[in-house]
Write a protein that binds this ligand. Structure first.
Ligand code: GRF
Length: 226
């Protein structure tokens, strides 16, 4: 019998605003619960966010032992779903294999464009602006052995505006990430706790899927499981 609340591990590298959005969205009694936060940097603010919420938080250096260390932590915490929320390292193949289909990543662009090795942080938005693209956005996808590559679960487009800088575009997309990622994680946890392994593919519904200047505040009615 699968657990009613899916134990979630969040991996992060930096400030952890997506971690915070997940913590805020996964209330007591929800379909999932963050029980573990791991960062590859000892000074990542995400560690403090987790600890102040009473969540087990560990620094695991991305060295040759990272796969064993992550797998041991995931086993100890009976992890059912892993979320990469601004985690900049590649997930080792052994970890991907052990949790195949149950590792999600959020990327601040519309994959498969503007992703892959070296495409993180400011560089993503610089590349979007340099390309002349009029649309960017947020993508949540299943993690496989390659950077930013696995099947896409959900996307939300965000307009590129005249005069945008990498910072202004990043900020506009981050607002969407904070809505989209929790929506996907909740949907995945519902599936997992119902015994379905495959992550949902969330599709836009009705007129909620618009190029809004102001992000929609409630995605729960806008995204329909496939
Ligand atoms: C986010 O834009 C995420 O998509 C990217 O890195 C950023 C992390 O931000 N991979 P935060 O640490 O969640 O605040």
């Amino acid at each position: 019998m699968p657990p009613l609340q899916v134990p979630i591990a969040v991996l992060a590298s930096g400030r952890g605003s997506n971690l915070q959005a997940l913590m805020d969205a996964l209330h007591e009694g929800g379909p999932g619960r963050i029980v573990l936060v791991v960062t590859d940097r000892p000074d990542a603010p995400a560690l403090d966010r987790a600890r102040s919420a009473g969540i087990a938080a560990h620094h695991v250096a991305a060295d040759g032992r990272v796969a064993d260390a992550l797998l041991a932590l995931f086993e100890a915490h009976e992890i059912g779903l892993v979320v990469l929320a601004g985690y900049l390292k590649r997930v080792p193949a052994a970890v991907v294999a052990a949790l195949r289909g149950r590792i999600l990543n959020v990327h601040p662009a519309l994959l498969p464009s503007f992703g892959g090795p070296g495409m993180y942080g400011r560089r993503v938005h610089e590349a979007v602006l340099a390309s002349g693209a009029r649309l960017s956005g947020a993508t949540v996808h299943v993690v496989d052995e390659q950077y930013d590559h696995g099947p896409i679960v959900a996307q939300w487009p965000v307009p590129v505006k005249r005069g945008d800088t990498p910072e202004s575009l990043a900020a506009r997309i981050l607002e969407i990430e904070h809505i989209l990622l929790p929506a996907v994680v909740v949907a995945c946890c519902r599936r997992l706790s119902a015994g379905t392994m495959a992550p949902p593919s969330l599709a836009p519904a009705g007129d909620a899927f618009v190029l809004a200047d102001t992000p929609p505040t409630d995605l729960s009615h806008a995204l329909l499981p496939d």
